[in-house]
Design a protein around this ligand. Sequence first.
Ligand code: DAH
Length: 340
Amino acid sequence: MKQEVQRIQEEALAELSKTTSLEELQELKVKYLGKKGSLTAQLRKMGSLSPEERPIFGQIVNETRDLLEEAWARRTEELSKAALEKQLEEERIDISLPGVALPRGHQHPLTKVIEDIEDIFLGMGFTIAEGPEIESDYYNFEALNLPKDHPAREMQDSFYITDEILLRTQTSPVQIRAMEKLYPQLPVKIICPGKVYRKDDDATHSPMFHQVEGLVVDKGIRMSDLKGILLNFLRQMFGESREIRLRPSFFPFTEPSAEVDVSCMLCGGSGCRICKGTGWIEILGSGMVHPRVLEAGGYDSRELTGFAFGMGVERIAMLKYGIEDMRLLFENDLRFLEQF
Ligand code: DAH
């Protein structure tokens, strides 16, 4: 009987070493150690033994059981470890492989230019004002000293919603809105970037385009202040060696008015295709705020003066990046946009 137990033990250990899965292991456990297992069956033979032999045999069977259970536990651990390793191997992610690169976007050149302009003026103590794109005739024209029959309205034909409501043709109405809002604070020192609309469409004009308006009102503001601010701005925008010149011009909302030219950033002033041989590039309109405009904004034109200016963002972007057709800025062709 002792040999029989010994045999069972050897057989069990041999089979155990060949198991390859936790399921097999479980089956084998039932076969040897279960209620009807072969080792358990040995215990039942105890009845045929003498009382002296019984405890000895019982001890042998128990020792074998302990030994086998220990062997099972070890094998269970081995197999589960192997199973885990196999799973880890199968589900392994190779983190050294390059990922799927998402194309990285960036700002539209116009957005970038607007932010550059804002940064420069914020640096000079301006704040940023805003106004509606759907504007009344009053703010867009009337309050800016452009009465209904004024010939200067002709250059700014727009999209009318009613006789009195239109898509703004310029950011200048924000001058009035800003003054109304800020009164009686001084100084008024704002810029206003935004979209404007006109009945225009060719290589250098678009029915929607962007302007940045500027307005400064305070005691003792002079034309030299205007010139200084614009020179500083244009040098930061187009390079420290730029010069500017002011040419007499006309705008209904300024008196006197000046067209501002900047020395050509391409040829430096000697004359080229971009500046049409003149060395100068027209860049913005400006002037001393007309007393009627100050009054429309609520400020006293006998005590205060101011200057204003307005520039086209597309034009600045085109000059800065050498873009020859304005429509490229609105077609959103990635082959174009990715160049910035
Ligand atoms: N609003 C003018 C335009 O769209 C530009 C302009 C000129 C604005 C002179 C100004 C200014 O504030 O003083 O053509």
